[in-house]
Design a protein around this ligand. Sequence first.
Ligand code: SF4
Length: 348
Amino acid sequence: MQQDQTEIRHDWSEQEVRALFELPFNDLLFKAQLVHRQYFNPNEVQVSTLLSIKTGACPEDCKYCPQSGHYNTGLEKERLMQVDAVLEKAKQAKESGSTRFCMGAAWKHPADKDMPYVIEMVKGVKALGLETCMTLGMLDEGKAEQLADAGLDYYNHNLDTSPEFYGNIITTRTYQDRLDTLHHVRESGMKICSGGILGMGETATDRIGLLRQLANLPKQPESVPINMLVKVKGTPLENAETLDNLDFIRTIAVARIMMPQSHVRLSAGRENMSDEMQAMTFMAGANSIFYGECLLTTPNPETHRDLQLFKRLGINPEQRISEADDTQEQVIINNLQKQQDKSFFYEA
Ligand code: SF4
């Protein structure tokens, strides 16, 4: 890391954030790049795999979500997966180059009876040498501690949008419930993954409000997923107005400037982005992606397309700092090599 790093601030005002959004596009991207390069290698992107360990029939009513039991999206519901099956998927993720394995369950909160299985999953995935992340809904203090004791590295719980717009999207839990869960996660010693979704009909002021909430937390989240709404038929947001791609890129750039040390992740919605759009988000400071065939229940660009894009952009997958793993690096290099060999025969 270089000297004179941008200060980490927790007192961003609406006016200051608006001023960033209103910068000329090139100036904003340049500023984001300058900040990005103080804390990260600009040619590295962290790669995570996400697995849905329990799918559908969720009691919450998040209007964007095909897993909500309130909407009929034709999604096939699945019970909590067996621990062995989860570990098998984690092995495959490691073999295809991921360093972090995220497990998601469509619950309001984990039930006591499910905790022993979830804990076994955390321990098993960690034993494979992967970082672990879970998203299981709300957590109280006790469950956060149980997960932290099992060795869970990250807990994902998104704020989704601004406090003002939140009630238009979810009515079954409050914004404060979400902040409370983040507080319990932080207190337990786990790292936080928290971000939001763009393109749900929110205003520019709501996007400012979301980023202020995240950046002004007592400690900024280590990972900040920024999702583009995937409009799923059967959900109330299936006909939401499409967000301008440039507004999406601007939001990534502003997130990078406000949260210089966080990994800003391109999450849901990436499958609808062109390679050029993804490249521009990396330029704006995104430095993490989900990789693999499935992003919970919406399609994710296939792994080989990611590898090809990385190669075309000269981007390398970021390695774990806590546990340097040469084998992991070799796996990715081999995959890239295989891709290069096959590229003549590849039909896009
Ligand atoms: S986003 Fe999560 S909490 Fe909301 S309905 Fe979907 S699975 Fe349930």
